[in-house]
Design a protein around this ligand. Structure first.
Ligand SMILES: Nc1ncnc2c1ncn2[C@@H]1O[C@H](COP(=O)(O)OP(=O)(O)OP(=O)(O)O)[C@@H](O)[C@H]1O
Length: 573
């Protein structure tokens, strides 16, 4: 990625480096001018006009530096920003293209860190890192050249003896600073993660009356962050005085050796002055030398982390020549045994199912028996081997994910609403819609009346900055959203658990009535709502242990019948 970027943008870097060298050189000319002015004034007949000319020259240089400084920033720092801008977009697109198995294994906090910390490290390497490299190489050499032309090599060599220590100090301290900065960042994300989680879960925290424990944890994390910051400040606090101490040694040697040279008229006062200025100026490029190594190391580590994500291949592969399937008329699953990617345990064992157009299919069973897994596979959210799952007789692996996801509308267990209006949440992902449709599906999901009672009806903002919805309202809005998509198959994965049984029954009944040509798959724990289902599959420990219509399963007197009886007893209590 960096190589391609450099291939494309190298002229900008070249222009930036050249202007930076010009700035460095201009900067070094100023002491020369001052030196000439001092020497012009430090004679028996002072030459004021020379001093004036030099002063004008310095202003000219300052204008030149103003322009060139602006230019290198635009070229180099602008280039680095352009890189992270492109890299962020690339990374975002990549992450969105990956399937659920990727998100199961990566915490969102870690993914966020790629967009923040890693991108910052890369930006630092390709922006300030390049500037420091140029300064370290060019500015230090040009400064040495200017030093020697002012006072000759002898004094220059004596004065610079301590200076390499500056590069060593900055290299060693740079490592410490990096480690400590990481610690500050890590402890800070620990602290903010905990703060966010405890505020998000404040209702649970309060009901468990464990506030003191939380306060203790917060205080502890906050203290760890504070300690990390103090430790970082200490390193900075030692590094700069040390660098200044070393540069003072150079001043000491200059005065000790150079002073007598001025007295003996081997060099002029002006040259001596300029030389002292150069010592001050060479400190930065030598410090930059140590910094740049650390910056490049960190940048490379971040780069490899980002490349790892960019090189991740989705487990759900897209077919090279996708088969068009038209309207979904059947879904069949044949002898499917399934384990999640990277896992050994089979969560589905020899599952066989057949779903036909227009049917209402119920999936019920014990907790963790594989009900959600089967519908996620049908929705192509997880990969599956060939010859196991077919839509209209075509292997699901030969159908593009996009086609599957437009024709199958899946409502997961977890509800998620965006911080936008109710209307936008229902019409999410539908480019052109009319408000009548939004209302129609809200009515079908039995949430229309609730919405009308909101302060601004369908224009009410929900979520963090808006109205707070009950769990059941959220679920029903999510169902309305799924219905807005004109799909062939609707899968409701236990998404009515927060709605009372009567409303759940009413929703399913009205969906059935108004969407007769659509196929519906309902995963539920409330068996009563499946009385009219065309087929019910009963799962236990990854296997289908029973199948049939409601009354057939009751007659069977198996798992379904016993679950149903238990529910009836509960209702009566
Ligand atoms: N992404 C995943 N990676 C690995 N294992 C998983 C993953 N999702 C679910 N499982 C495991 O697969 C098994 C079946 O899970 P699934 O969610 O399909 O059950 P379920 O019948 O829908 O359960 P519930 O009624 O509680 O919703 C469980 O043992 C679960 O731990």
């Amino acid at each position: 990625m960096i190589k391609e970027f450099l291939k494309k943008r190298w002229p900008f870097y070249l222009a930036g480096i050249l202007t930076l060298i010009v700035v460095d050189t201009l900067q070094l000319i100023i002491p020369k001018f001052i030196s000439r002015a001092i020497d012009g004034l430090n004679v028996e007949t002072p030459d004021v006009s020379l001093a004036k000319l030099m002063a004008l020259g310095i202003i000219g240089i300052a204008v030149g530096m103003f322009i060139t400084r602006f230019l290198w920033r635009i070229f180099i720092i602008g280039n680095a920003r352009k890189f992270t801008y492109e890299a962020r977009n690339l990374l975002y697109d990549k992450i969105l293209s990956l399937d659920m198995s990727f998100f199961d294994k990566h915490r969102s906090g870690d993914l966020m860190a790629h967009f923040t910390n890693d991108m910052n490290n890369l930006e630092r390497m390709l922006g300030p890192g390049i500037v420091m490299m140029v300064d370290a190489v060019f500015m230090s050499s040009i400064t040495l050249f200017f030093m020697s032309t002012s006072v000759g090599w002898h004094l220059t060599l004596v004065a610079i003896v301590p200076l390499p220590i500056i590069a060593i100090i900055s290299l060693i301290f740079g490592k410490f600073i990096y480690k400590r900065s990481r610690k500050v960042q890590d402890t800070f994300s620990d602290l903010s993660g905990f703060t966010e989680e405890s505020i998000d879960g404040i209702r649970v925290v309060k009901t468990f009356s464990i506030l003191p424990k939380f306060q203790e944890i917060f205080a502890d994390r906050s203290f760890r962050n504070f300690r990390a910051m103090i430790s970082l400040i200490k390193v900075w606090g030692v590094m700069w005085p040390l660098i200044h101490f070393v540069s003072s040694l150079s001043y000491f040697l200059t005065i000790a050796y150079g002073g007598p040279m001025v007295i003996n008229s081997k060099i002029t006062l002006g040259e001596f002055f300029a030389f002292n200025n150069y010592i001050g100026m060479i400190v930065w490029p030598l410090t930059a030398f140590g910094w740049v190594i650390n910056i490049v190391q960190n940048g490379r580590a971040s780069y490899s982390r980002i490349l790892k994500v960019l090189n991740t291949m989705p487990k759900v592969q897209e077919p090279e020549n996708p088969v068009e399937i038209g309207k979904i008329k059947s879904i069949s699953i044949k002898n499917l045994s399934y384990s999640y990617p990277g896992e050994d345990r089979f969560v589905l064992k020899n599952v066989n199912m057949f779903i036909e157009e227009g049917q209402l299919i119920g999936i019920v069973g014990t907790v963790g028996s594989g009900k959600s897994t089967i519908v996620k596979i049908i929705s192509k959210l997880y990969p599956v081997e060939r010859n196991r799952v077919f839509i209209n007789g075509v292997d699901i692996n030969d159908i593009s994910s996009e086609v599957v996801r437009t024709k199958i509308s899946y409502v997961p267990q977890e509800t998620f609403l965006f911080s936008s209006t109710v209307k936008n949440n229902i019409a999410f992902g539908v480019e052109e819609f009319n408000e009548m449709k939004v209302k129609e599906y809200a009515m079908l999901s039995a949430v229309h009346k609730d919405i009308e009672r909101f302060p601004k009806g369908y224009d009410t903002v929900v979520g963090e900055r808006g109205v707070t919805l009950s769990g059941g309202q959220k679920q029903r809005i999510t169902i309305a959203r799924a219905l807005m998509r004109d799909a062939d198959v609707y899968i409701f994965d236990d998404c009515l658990s927060a709605v009372d049984p009567e409303t759940e029954e009413q929703i399913i009944e009205s969906l059935r009535r108004s969407m007769q040509n659509k196929t519906m798959v309902i995963i539920t724990h409330r068996l009563k709502v499946l009385q009219d289902a065309d087929m019910i599959y009963v799962f236990d420990e990854g296997k289908i242990v029973e199948k049939g219509k409601h009354h057939e399963l009751l007659e069977n007197n198996g798992l379904y019948a016993s679950m149903y009886k238990k529910q009836l007893i509960k209702e009566e209590l």
